[in-house]
Design a protein around this ligand. Structure first.
Ligand SMILES: Cc1cc2nc3c(=O)[nH]c(=O)nc-3n(C[C@H](O)[C@H](O)[C@H](O)COP(=O)(O)OP(=O)(O)OC[C@H]3O[C@@H](n4cnc5c(N)ncnc54)[C@H](O)[C@@H]3O)c2cc1C
Length: 752
């Protein structure tokens, strides 16, 4: 399975397919009425039981479906596409079942799990108290041993499923004097039926209606000692916290489901009123896709048994914030109709804030992410993204490039930038490493890498020098076009020297060059905009227009009729050598015209956009790493600034954005460069690059503004990406148009 894009299509798993059908035919038609009436959906809950969803994560030996977390997340997403409240019925129930499965005694598993799986025992999780939400260790509910029982006394607040459910996993103090406090906490399975257990009040809410959220009072409620989870006191805090990874993934999946519904409704509305697709539609799709990728990526790590607290936290943070933003956009794009109760969009607007608050508020989430980053920094190859799923060859190659970057590029990059110098020595090293032939078929001496591995390499290079990454992107676009559209003779002639670095390439996209044909020759006239790397290229692939359509020619800058201007002075990417090229009756023989179809939209342009996205990821990664290091070294008010909460929030936000951008880029690179996903990745990653480089500057304070640190270079370099090779404004408009015209609003693109 693809380690980054393990999103299964609904039909990949029969349970997901069945839930999708259930949602479309039974949930969506009634959700609005039930929600507005705040009515518990008894019939739908019965149907969810028939679908086996109460035993979704319970192993088959106990009568459950035994789904993996990835599939479970897809189930939750589907339910929330219909109505988020339904996921509430399943989620806290599942959390309670998981506590018994993971920490219960064998007898407890035998006793409770089959009942949980059948939905006979309907679970909930009772942690929060009136004065203790985020600070779970401040709970006051006590459980006192008396013979074979415990007597539980206290109040629990905001407990989902408490009225309709009957079997709660409850956290209480068994030793109120213990220090630290969590050592005195134990988890109990509390079953209804004792007079000491009262549901005192259902709590009215902004959204998430229909599902019950209640206040509970326990007054010497008798619970058999056999219900103490694991049979040992003092382990309860760990028990309830251990479910947090799954809990966060599940909140992220909820957010994806609601965001999908908001996107679908908006697209349908725009079509209905015949409106031009606004660029905001592109942003909605981008957030939705990013949220889905982060969620499935964290879920896949969980299924592989990897530690994923950090990743699950990022998924929860990104998906919940994105869902709320998508819901707001949906509301805006519906105009005044958006706020009408007759439509679902106002419900999405009301439902989404809960994902920001639940399962740990996003503020706390950011703090936890930051701590985890500080703790785990350096532990992992690739810094923030697990590459466990990659083949050993790919991992080795990316590691080799990373070492080259750390040892040779990073020490040289700052001086090269200050001198505006072309990194000629580093380009020669890239040729030795085979990187200049990364996409070239081994027949011509290249490495023949797929788009994703090539993107990983560009990302690694950009960590050291965005200029070097841009050179590789330009060169690789040229080799790729030659490989796709050149004759066998042209490939034999051009590719081996380009792979060895004896000649280097650049691509000049449609910049008003006209081509006219006379016999076997073409004459080029006109002037290009600045072409990346043109000052140092020995082969420039030029796109010209002719009455018969686009013509692609290979031009040697030294040939007659070609004049290359001196490099333009740029804010960043210094040393890249971007130049305008003038053609004055430049005659190109058929030997140097590419006969095949280069396919601007489907090929070279997509490759360059992907390269820009990967460069953005690398730049942002470098800026983030620099901020993380600096935050550990710099001290203010007697402690490292990494311990100040404002810095922690910034670090967590940066890491989450970089990760989303990376996943979007790898996702776009899969399946032979899907144009729509490439556009999504390019726009998002290029903007993340300047946001994160600016955040890094903030973390560095005054030093970040000086040339003593590379952050100001990162910030300057990032400025180029949003307009290369096309502007983000044009890309957004194109993306919105595509999404609108794609069958199902790009469902295939966004979901797969
Ligand atoms: C609809 C709904 C259903 C729920 N279902 C359940 C359930 O089934 N079971 C259950 O146990 N709970 C449930 N909850 C409770 C939920 O988990 C808590 O509301 C949530 O954890 C936040 O706790 P709090 O409301 O006490 O906020 P507080 O902890 O009071 O936080 C208030 C603000 O202070 C910030 N803050 C707090 N401490 C810090 C800190 N150290 N640093 C920085 N900022 C901080 C928070 O981020 C937040 O912004 C539910 C809540 C709702 C609204």
């Amino acid at each position: 399975m693809d380690p980054y894009c393990s999103i299964c299509s609904p039909m990949d798993h029969p349970v997901v397919g069945a839930v999708r059908e259930f949602v479309d035919s039974e949930v969506r038609p009634v959700a609005a009425a039930l929600e507005h009436a705040d009515a518990y959906p008894h019939d739908l809950v019965t149907r969810m039981g028939e679908l086996g969803l109460f035993g979704a994560l319970v192993p088959a030996v106990y009568g459950g479906l035994g789904l993996d977390v990835t599939t479970y997340a897809r189930v939750i997403e589907e339910l929330c596409r219909g109505w988020m409240s339904l996921a509430g019925v399943i989620n806290s129930h599942t959390m309670a079942a998981l506590i018994v499965l993971t920490h219960g005694t064998d007898a407890q598993r035998q006793r409770f799990l089959p009942r949980f799986a059948r939905g006979q025992a309907r679970g909930g999780l009772a942690l929060t108290e009136p004065h203790a939400g985020t600070d779970v260790q401040a709970i006051r509910t006590v459980a006192t041993r008396r013979g074979d029982d415990y007597l539980i006394t206290g109040t629990k607040l905001f407990i989902t499923n408490a009225r309709e459910g009957n079997t709660l996993a409850l956290l209480a103090l068994t030793d109120p004097k213990a220090e630290p406090r969590h050592r005195g906490m134990s988890c109990f399975i509390v079953e209804k039926g004792h007079p000491g257990f009262r549901v005192v009040k259902s709590i009215a809410k902004l959204g998430y209606k229909g599902v019950d959220t209640a206040e509970l009072v326990f007054d010497e409620c008798v619970v058999p000692a056999a219900n103490l989870v694991g049979g040992l006191e003092g382990r309860g805090f760990k028990h309830v916290m251990s479910g947090l990874e799954a809990g966060r993934i599940n909140i992220a999946a909820r957010a994806v489901g609601v965001a999908q519904a908001a996107y679908d409704d908006t697209l349908a509305h725009l079509r209905e009123i015949g409106a031009e697709p606004p660029p905001a539609l592109a942003d909605m799709a981008t957030k939705l896709r990013g949220a889905r990728l982060l969620t499935s990526w964290a879920a896949a790590m969980k299924d592989r048994g990897e530690r994923c607290d950090l990743e699950a936290g990022m998924a929860k943070l990104f998906a919940s914030e994105s869902a709320q933003e998508v819901a707001v956009e949906a509301l805006r794009l519906h105009g005044s109709a958006g706020a009408l109760a007759a439509l679902n969009v106002e419900r999405y607007y009301r439902d989404t804030p809960l994902m920001i608050i639940g399962e740990g508020t996003n503020e706390i989430q950011r703090t936890i992410i930051a701590r985890s980053l500080l703790e785990r920094y350096g532990e992992r190859f690739g810094a923030l993204t697990s590459r466990e799923g990659e083949s050993a060859d790919v991992r080795q190659l990316v590691l080799a490039v990373r070492q080259f970057v750390d040892k040779q590029v990073v020490p040289a990059a700052q001086d090269l930038d200050i001198a505006h110098a072309h990194p000629v020595g580093l380009v020669a090293r890239l040729a030795e490493l085979g990187i200049l032939g990364s996409r070239v078929d081994p027949r011509y001496g290249g490495l023949g890498l797929d788009s994703r591995t090539a993107a990983m390499i560009v990302e690694e290079l950009a960590r050291g020098s965005a200029t070097l990454a841009a050179i590789v992107v330009a060169h690789s676009a040229a080799t790729h076009a030659i490989e796709r559209a050149a004759s066998a003779e042209q490939r034999e002639r051009l590719l081996p020297p380009m792979t060895r670095g004896e000649s280097v390439g650049a691509v000049a996209f449609g910049g008003g060059i006209r081509a006219t044909r006379s016999g076997d020759e073409w004459t080029l006239e006109g002037e290009t905009p600045p072409v990346d790397h043109a000052a140092h290229a020995t082969v420039v692939l030029v796109e010209a227009t002719s009455p018969d359509g686009p013509v692609w020619c290979l031009v040697d800058p030294k040939m007659a009729g070609v004049r290359v201007d001196p490099p333009v002075t740029m804010l960043g990417l210094r040393g890249l050598g971007a130049c305008r090229i003038h053609f004055d009756r430049c005659r190109v023989s058929s030997r140097n015209r590419l006969g095949g179809v280069v396919g601007r939209d489907h090929d070279v342009l997509a490759l360059v956009r992907l390269g820009v996205a990967a460069t953005g990821v690398g730049l942002a990664q470098a800026a983030f790493e620099s901020a993380l290091r600096y935050a550990q070294q710099r001290t203010t008010f007697g402690k490292p600034i990494a311990q100040h909460q404002a810095i922690q929030l910034a670090l967590a936000g940066m890491a989450t954005k970089v990760t989303a951008a990376r996943l979007l880029a790898y996702d776009a690179a899969a399946d032979d460069l899907d144009d729509t996903r490439v556009l999504i990745a390019k726009v998002y990653a290029s903007e993340v690059a300047y946001e994160v480089t600016l955040d890094s500057m903030r973390v560095h304070g005054g030093y970040g503004y000086t040339s003593e640190f590379p952050v100001e270079r990162y910030y300057r370099d990032a400025a180029h990406l949003a307009s290369s090779p096309t502007t983000n404004a044009a890309d957004r408009a194109e993306l919105a148009r595509r999404l609108r015209s794609l069958e199902g609003g790009g469902q295939r693109i966004l979901e797969r």
